[in-house]
Design a protein around this ligand. Structure first.
Ligand SMILES: Cc1cc2nc3c(=O)[nH]c(=O)nc-3n(C[C@H](O)[C@H](O)[C@H](O)COP(=O)(O)OP(=O)(O)OC[C@H]3O[C@@H](n4cnc5c(N)ncnc54)[C@H](O)[C@@H]3O)c2cc1C
Ligand code: FES
Ligand code: FES
Length: 447
């Protein structure tokens, strides 16, 4: 049974306070409680972008956020765009014929606005990437991209809104510290389930596999946030989003394959909200941040009210969708040893470039001395019940040279145990593991 909770936010530059059911998604709050019906429900699973709004300056799918997650936040919807006249983006969509159907276009405009707010002079490639989380079923992309390109560089009608409304939601739903979050997990036993970006758990809720009434938010827990150097290691908080990892020069230096992996996850809305902790806890063999972590000897830090333990990432996963994470534990973060001169590469094969789950993925980490490989790590995703390391392949690659690469290609085919499923056949996955490995090693060697 859902509770009623108080929420306070800055919505379209106005402070708003209201009482709402604790199990509402942001999309329900906007459409049903506040009668802001510009954001649409297309898929309800983060795949179409029709529900896109801007939260604290980032495009987000409002179907994958709980309403209590915007307590204290700045939210912009399509209704807030126009001032005295239309917003330059709205004008541009009309002028170029980009306005096609009422379902997708509000989300496209909001994704375009989020992009141009950060990158006012975005070029066509950036516009394509910025709108990769938004589907148009009538395939009118050319005019949509042209509309955003036309609006690029035009002055925005309003200064960016800043948070002016202190949060109101009770700590029970939105704990502000790790201690509070762990206390909730302990007190509510197996009942309570944390939500971070919501990009996995709210898809499960949509499919009826998870109750939204049992969720509580982790995004305000300061101890889970941050990316920093600690005691000779890189530390990435479980709450770090894919976008934050892509933008971090420290992550790029210490574990170069990780931002490459984050960059191909979902579309911008998914990367802006989805977190490292959520990707790990979900324990999918196709989770894209995991092969880079295997290929960097990462350690997962787990914490509960009464204990704290470290787990090498390969021991964290016990099977498909299974891990050692106990019901009263949270993932605090991930620690990666810093290796001088490390190079890395992540490559994956999916059905298409954006919003696709990996059929095969490969992460390679290497260091070199006098031009020869000195340290090699190879990890593969979606080709076994968990992500796997490939020790024989690593051994072959340590030899260096073309012959070693040929042997590594053969070794990797023997080290993976892919399955036949909807997305791909076993034989194809095995062959592609070798192809991706060779490409990744060549890129690392040429870097
Ligand atoms: C359209 C779409 C495309 C996607 N594409 C990809 C892709 O290309 N590659 C990929 O790997 N994934 C993809 N995903 C899956 C998802 O975005 C990622 O797994 C993401 O990193 C999950 O993080 P989250 O914060 O959103 O997790 P949430 O949904 O918030 O949580 C997921 C699980 O983790 C638990 N959890 C979250 N944080 C913690 C913590 N600190 N401690 C303990 N438990 C925690 C939650 O209780 C829940 O069980 C996609 C999802 C969608 C909807
Ligand atoms: S409704 Fe499709 S992404 Fe939200
Ligand atoms: S704009 Fe909606 S289907 Fe193309």
């Amino acid at each position: 049974m859902a509770d009623l909770i108080d929420l306070a936010l800055t919505l379209n530059r106005q402070p708003v306070r209201l009482r709402a059911r604790s199990d509402l998604r942001l999309l329900d709050l906007l459409r049903d409680e506040l009668r802001l019906t510009g954001a649409k429900e297309g898929c309800g699973k983060g795949e179409c972008g029709a529900c896109t709004v801007i939260v604290d300056g980032h495009a987000a799918d409002s179907c994958l956020m709980m309403a209590f997650q915007v307590d204290g936040a700045v939210v912009e919807t399509i209704e807030g765009l126009a001032g005295a006249g239309l917003h330059p983006l709205q004008d541009a969509f009309i002028e170029t014929g980009g306005v096609q159907c009422g379902i997708c276009i509000p989300g496209m405009v909001m994704a375009g606005k989020a992009l141009l707010d950060r990158q006012p002079q975005a070029d066509l490639d950036s516009i394509r990437a910025g709108l990769a989380g938004n589907l148009c079923r009538c395939t009118g992309y050319t005019k949509i991209f042209a509309a955003v390109a036309r609006a690029a560089g035009q002055p925005a009608p309003h200064p960016p809104a800043v948070a002016s409304t202190p949060p109101a939601a009770p700590g029970y739903y939105r704990p502000r510290s790790l201690e509070e979050a762990l206390e909730i997990l302990t007190q509510r036993g197996g009942e309570a389930r944390p939500v971070a970006g919501g990009t996995d758990v709210l898809v499960k809720a949509k499919d009826g596999q998870q109750s939204r009434a049992s969720l509580f938010d982790l995004t305000a827990v300061a101890e889970l946030r941050g990316i920093e150097e600690r005691d000779g290691h890189l530390w990435i908080g479980a709450g770090a989003t894919h976008t934050e990892m892509i933008d971090s020069p420290l992550v790029a230096r210490v574990i170069p394959s990780l931002p490459q992996a984050c960059a191909v996850i979902g579309g911008p809305q998914i990367r802006n909200r989805g977190t490292l902790g959520g990707n790990l806890a979900n324990a999918s063999p196709a989770a894209d941040t995991v092969p880079p972590l295997y290929a960097a000897d990462a350690v997962v830090e787990l914490v509960s009210v009464s204990s704290r333990r470290d787990m090498p990432v390969a021991q964290f996963f016990t099977g498909p969708r299974q891990s050692v994470l106990a019901p009263d534990e949270l993932i605090l973060g991930v620690r990666v040893p810093i290796r001088a001169g490390v190079r890395g590469c992540f490559l994956r094969l999916g059905q298409r470039q954006a919003q696709a789950i990996s059929k095969v993925s490969v992460a390679v980490g290497m260091t070199f001395r006098d031009g020869r490989p000195e340290w090699v790590r190879v990890a593969l995703g979606a080709v076994a019940p968990t992500v796997v390391r490939a020790p024989e392949t690593e051994k072959a690659l340590l030899e260096g040279g073309y012959e070693a690469l040929r042997r590594a290609r053969e070794a990797v085919k023997a080290e993976v145990v892919p399955i036949d499923d909807l997305r791909s056949s076993r034989a194809y996955r095995r062959e592609m593991a070798a192809v991706l490995l060779e490409r990744a090693v060549r890129r690392v060697a040429e870097a």
